[in-house]
Design a protein around this ligand. Structure first.
Ligand code: AG3
Length: 277
């Protein structure tokens, strides 16, 4: 299938196209259509139900930013949970943190884990780390059954369609609040401020109702719709913008820096206005 173009239709009027070198794997899992491509520009790429999830070239931005902002805001993150994220990228960042004792991955789709292990070892290798526990189960149920347990919960979901719809609901955020310890912090990926404004506003409102501190931050991810991506944080005590960045440990990141930790919360005016509306 040399030179064939793959297109993700990001919405009804826009797509992103990548020339592919090969289709490495294709499967209908119990939950979604899974595609592993080798692309000319972004390298290997995981696609679920037609939506690009991660690529070798730009995955570091998303995985560092979904994990490190919370990890470096919490004074003592020992137990960290990732809901979704079966490729293992967020887990890889979490186990780099010296205080973390246990990193738990709860992914509903075994197919994602298996395919990432096989074709994306650069991203998935930490799934075998001794601090990591991998559970194939429903994240919503897992969180319902925990109380005051996790220091950090990260929701690394697909778009709010199909199996992920429940992961963007206020009720789920209430359960997360309950499953977190008294100093707990939660972060969810919340899509594009260009194309998902209603969703961002709605999630931000729910999180502000449930957590004393609610903040949105941004990162540049070229393979995702519009390239500008948002994350929403809910925190019980610690304000991510009040972190003493001189105390953030230097690690081998490629996007995140202590300065960028603060900069990411400085929103463009149209995004700030979106949250006020
Ligand atoms: N999860 C968020 C991907 C959303 C991208 N949306 C799209 N391409 N329409 C990424 C999982 C990486 N661990």
């Amino acid at each position: 299938m040399q030179g064939v173009w793959f297109t993700e239709l990001q919405n009804s009027g826009l797509g992103i196209s990548c020339r592919t070198k090969a289709v490495l794997h294709q499967e209908k899992t119990k939950f979604q259509n899974l595609l592993m491509l080798d692309t000319e520009v972004f390298g290997r790429m995981l696609v679920l139900d037609g939506a690009i999830q991660t690529s070798i070239k730009d995955e570091f931005v998303y995985h560092e930013m979904i994990s490190l902002v919370a990890l470096n805001t919490h004074p003592d993150p020992r137990r960290v949970l990732v809901v979704g994220g079966g490729d293992g990228g967020a887990i890889r960042e979490i186990v780099k943190h010296p205080q973390v004792e246990r990193a738990t991955l709860v992914e509903i789709d075994q197919g994602v884990i298996d395919t990432a292990r096989r074709y994306l070892p650069e991203i998935s290798h930490a799934l075998d780390h001794p601090k990591v526990e991998v559970l194939v189960e429903d994240g919503i149920k897992h969180i319902q059954e925990r109380e005051s347990y996790y220091d950090i919960i990260l929701v690394d979901s697909t778009d709010p369609v199909g199996p992920a719809v429940g992961l963007f609901a206020a009720d789920f955020y209430r359960q997360i609040h309950k499953a977190l310890t008294g100093e707990g912090i939660f972060v969810a990926q919340t899509e594009s401020p260009w194309f998902n404004q209603e969703l961002i506003r709605q999630v931000y409102r729910s999180v502000s109702d449930i957590f004393p501190i609610a903040k949105l931050y941004l990162a540049n991810i070229p393979t995702y719709p519009s390239g500008l991506w948002s994350f929403t944080m809910g925190s019980k005590q610690h304000d991510p913008e009040k972190v003493d960045i001189t105390r953030i440990p230097e690690t081998d990141t490629r996007y995140y820096t202590p300065q960028l930790h603060l900069a990411a919360f400085n929103l463009p005016k149209f995004v700030k206005e979106l949250l006020q509306g």
